[in-house]
Design a binder for this molecule. Structure first.
Ligand code: B12
Ligand code: SF4
Length: 537
């Protein structure tokens, strides 16, 4: 009598590792099967960084599926859970069909896609978890194991031979401290890829370490759920869940345990949507973290949450890498299409604050700042792109520009807007297309034939990229733009970016420190054993 939780293309899946611990805490035997690893492959990026990689999902093979079915057979679970994002809807459907051919255990789907589009899910599976999974899954598993009916559990939709029961939602867990810590041990964890169980290759998302103790190098967690903002291209536009945060003491206790369990632990990644929210919490956290954990850490930032009274203590506590969404330099486009309220002045204040943090003494001498941009939005016109360039030219140099494709997830406000206006059709929505997860990051492919808006967009991304470089003067970028130099020779601009990136990376001592830290993440003994210099593959 147990539960098997299957995560698709996500070995590190924080949510499912948390659900694993939650079931375990309630004495429900549980297994975590990570099916296929999201890998990274070399690519041409426009980043002012060493990172020349982007995420990709390789094909599922028949051997992968047979291995999965064999593992389920060994476990013989009473309930099978599949957690996935929209891009893996097709895969979830295929796997569920194969599982149902062989096993009687009901299959419950949960995670981002089932939560935002349960209607498109429920016909393909027995149960769909809409929203928070902790108590819904606990109750479901408990009822199944004890032979009780399970069709009246809040947050669950149940498909009873084609008759759909849509139960109401349950209140959110308010006190997050009642949750156990996510499970990062090898207990009941199975990793499947390349057609077999990967006995010793639970490599993490970054490729520098592993997902389970004692070999974790990057520890991943969250101190809060939900987001105070509601951008139209983000899941938080749909789930108006209250922003909730764990106590500082609870977070520190988790990290202490992580340190004790992992002798090679080097970094903490806080995946909170925005970290620098709530001044009192952040100040208490900074103090405790510095005293008791003292490791460099990553957090996301937001232009509207950039109060130096919060940022400086965080930086002193060890904050070393951040990603902040700029998304576009056009206030009008941001406000009307992306539902973001920050003005360009506010963005400038925030980026100057970020750059100012480089001067604050911290665990590491470098502070890496990545600015995200929404790429390939056909509604971003000439004027918007020019405004974006104006904005980037005012940024303190030395940042890293990265752009991610505009993706259309079901029911997000931006998707509805594009559908209603006929800019896209149902086939362009994530989950309907097979998977576009290969296509997220700023890449440059000079062989591609850019026509129309794509050429102009790509041209501007190259100019934004040039704005990153301390050595590349802004007046030259302005001349290039004014005269539209190289608009038909994008390859030249790309090579210019590469040249300046090379100079910037080779002439900067903090960049060497960063590269050295990355190089040293894998101990020499393991470098030899796994025949790798920098990352595990
Ligand atoms: C942290 C994060 C990441 C981290 C993940 C770190 C980790 N170790 O897990 C990183 C940076 C690696 C990442 C990567 C990606 N991410 Co991301 N990420 C998030 C973020 C900010 C938080 C997710 C999270 O863990 N929340 C906390 C958990 C506890 O809540 P939850 O996920 O909602 O889970 C609850 C329920 O959904 C349910 N549940 C979840 N799984 C299951 C399974 C079962 C069986 C059941 C019953 C219930 C259930 O119970 C949970 C507890 O209540 C979300 C945005 C958000 N939600 O705020 C985006 C988000 C999930 N990411 C998204 C995307 C697109 C990606 C990428 C594809 C982008 C890319 N290629 O770079 C990759 C894909 C990774 C992969 N292979 O799956 C999208 C997904 C959109 C969608 N509709 O599918 C989101 C929603 C952001 C957005 N654009 O709206 N991401
Ligand atoms: S600020 Fe970030 S996490 Fe919050 S709604 Fe906007 S995109 Fe989503």
């Amino acid at each position: 009598m147990s539960v098997a939780l299957i995560s698709l293309y996500h070995y590190d899946n924080f949510a499912m590792r948390l659900l694993f611990s939650y079931l375990k805490k309630h004495n429900i035997p549980v297994y975590y099967i990570a099916f296929k690893r999201m890998k990274q492959k070399a690519t041409k990026t426009l980043k002012n960084d060493y990172v020349e990689m982007h995420d990709f999902h390789d094909q599922v093979t028949e051997e992968d599926i047979i291995t999965l079915l064999r593992q389920i057979d060994n476990i013989n679970p009473s309930l099978i859970g599949i957690g996935f994002k929209s891009s893996h809807l097709q895969l979830a459907k295929d796997l569920t069909a194969r599982i149902k051919e062989r096993f009687k255990a009901p299959v419950v789907w949960g995670g981002d896609h089932p939560t935002i589009a349960p209607e498109t899910c429920i016909e393909h599976t027995d149960i769909v978890c809409v929203g928070e999974g902790f108590d819904a899954l606990r109750e479901l598993a408990g009822n199944i194991i004890n032979g009780r009916p399970y069709d009246k559990i809040n947050n669950l939709w149940v498909n009873k031979n084609g008759n759909i029961i849509r139960n109401p939602s349950r209140p959110l867990i308010n006190d997050l401290d009642v949750l156990p810590f996510a499970s990062y041990t090898s207990e009941n964890k199975i990793y499947i890829d390349e057609g077999r169980v990967q006995e010793d290759k639970n490599i993490d998302y970054f490729g520098f370490g592993f997902t389970d103790a004692p070999r974790i190098v990057f520890y991943q967690t969250m101190t809060s759920f939900a987001c105070p903002m509601h951008c139209s291209f983000c899941i938080n536009s749909l789930q108006h869940d209250k922003f909730r945060r764990r106590s500082v003491a609870n977070v520190i206790e988790e990290l202490k345990q992580a340190k004790n369990n992992n002798p090679n632990l080097r970094w903490i990644f806080f995946w909170d949507n925005i970290f620098a929210v709530n001044k009192n919490w952040c100040l208490e956290f900074s103090e405790e973290y510095k005293r008791k954990i003292d490791l460099p850490f990553f957090t996301y930032s937001h232009p509207l949450c950039s109060d130096m009274e919060i940022l400086v203590p965080l930086r002193k506590a060890g904050w070393t890498i951040t990603v902040m969404g700029i998304q576009s330099g056009s206030y009008n486009l941001r406000k009307t299409l992306y539902a973001r309220n920050e003005t360009n002045e506010k963005i400038l204040e925030a980026v100057r604050n970020m750059a100012g943090l480089r001067k604050v003494k911290s665990h590491k001498p470098y502070f890496n700042i990545y600015y995200d941009y929404v790429k390939n939005n056909p509604l971003e016109g000439k004027k918007d792109l020019a405004e974006s360039l104006d904005l980037f030219l005012k940024f303190p140099k030395g940042f890293v520009f990265q752009a991610f494709n505009l993706s259309f997830f079901p029911n997000y406000p931006i998707t509805k807007h594009f559908l209603q206006n006929g800019y896209i059709s149902e086939k362009d929505i994530e989950g309907n297309v097979k998977t576009s997860a290969n296509n997220w990051i700023t890449t440059f492919d000079e062989k591609k034939e850019y026509r129309g808006f794509l050429r102009r967009h790509e041209y501007y991304y190259l100019l934004f990229s040039l704005a990153q470089y301390t050595l590349f003067p802004n007046f030259l970028i302005r001349i290039i733009e004014r005269k539209k130099l190289f608009i038909n020779r994008l390859g030249i601009l790309y090579r210019l970016c590469r040249l300046f990136r090379f100079l910037e990376l080779t002439l900067s001592i903090p960049k060497y420190r960063w590269a050295w830290d990355m190089f040293m993440l894998i101990p020499f003994r393991l470098k030899i054993k796994h025949r790798t210099l920098l990352r595990y593959s």
